[in-house]
Design a protein around this ligand. Structure first.
Ligand SMILES: Nc1ncnc2c1ncn2[C@@H]1O[C@H](COP(=O)(O)OP(=O)(O)O)[C@@H](O)[C@H]1O
Ligand SMILES: [Mg+2]
Length: 262
């Protein structure tokens, strides 16, 4: 079974894009072929994954509308194993986003059964083991498409700041919205994606979240190497063998697999 997971949170800046980048890296090191679909008009995932690749002229928006095929809007991600090395392919592909994805009106009027068939056929023929979807903070039309046509699972990165406990209610709403569209959708859970263990606020929020059965007991440390890896265009699992952050993304990926297979 292909594992299809959307990373979503109604709030921006909570670590969706960063998580997808590094989880895709962990999977690629394990030899898995991964398709990342960028549905966020900000294109952060597209720009990061395709930093060493010519970007496609068309985007997933054109694919949804039926004016482009999946392979026209998807490119191989190339990463440098070390500085100055020739970028190489590790099995991660990226379906590119564009600013047009903000056009909810157009999105609402598309017939998605054709898109869904074509996407599934593409996933089969390319032999992807995983599909990871980067979702924008709030776009009801894209939520609908993602939850009804693309993924089977949802995971919620959570950024602990003083306002985030009230944000937790929004997350539950997002999850309810998802289930309303697709009752068979599975929620993998919520995890802290930018955690400072020496900060009392973060520890307090973690304790609060531990009360919920959706809590995934993996914290991604908030640290420099996570950000630097994105800037270098190289997932942390490709080069930082001893890094705590790398281990955290590996644990998160394991936890995702465990929950998917449950
Ligand atoms: N674990 C982490 N450690 C350090 N910085 C992080 C971490 N996770 C995310 N960030 C930073 O936080 C900001 C928001 O993260 P991002 O993944 O872009 O969020 P989103 O995609 O949810 O908007 C970015 O500047 C990113 O580099
Ligand atoms: Mg993002």
């Amino acid at each position: 079974m292909v594992k299809k997971v959307a990373f979503i949170n109604g709030k921006g800046g909570c670590g969706k894009t960063t998580s997808i980048f590094h989880v895709a890296g962990v999977l690629a090191v394990d030899g898995e072929k991964v398709l990342v679909i960028d549905l966020d008009k900000q294109r952060n995932t597209t720009d990061t994954l395709l930093m060493n690749t010519d970007k496609p002229e068309k985007s997933v928006f054109d694919f949804m509308k039926g004016t482009a095929d999946a392979d026209e809007v998807t490119k191989k991600s190339l990463f440098q194993s070390r500085a100055n090395a020739t970028p190489k392919y590790y099995g991660i592909d990226c379906m590119a986003a564009s600013i047009e994805l903000e056009n909810e009106e157009t999105l609402r009027n598309i017939d998605y059964s054709d898109f869904q068939d074509k996407l599934n056929e593409f996933i089969q023929t390319q032999g992807y083991a995983w599909v990871l979807v980067d979702m924008p903070p709030s776009n009801k039309a894209l939520n609908y498409i993602c939850f009804s046509c693309i993924v089977d699972f949802v995971i919620v990165p959570f950024s602990s700041d003083i306002y985030s406990i009230s944000g937790y209610g929004d997350i539950m709403e997002t999850i309810d919205d998802a289930r309303a569209v697709n009752p068979s959708l599975n929620i993998l859970g919520v995890y802290l994606a930018r955690y400072m263990k020496n900060c009392a606020v973060d520890r307090f929020i973690k304790e609060q979240l531990e009360e919920f059965d959706t809590f995934i007991p993996v914290q991604i440390p908030l640290c420099a190497d996570v950000r630097e890896a994105v800037m270098f265009g190289r997932p942390i699992s490709f080069y930082k063998s001893k890094s705590e952050s790398r281990k955290a993304y590996e644990r998160l990926t394991k936890e995702m697999i465990k929950r998917i297979e449950m």
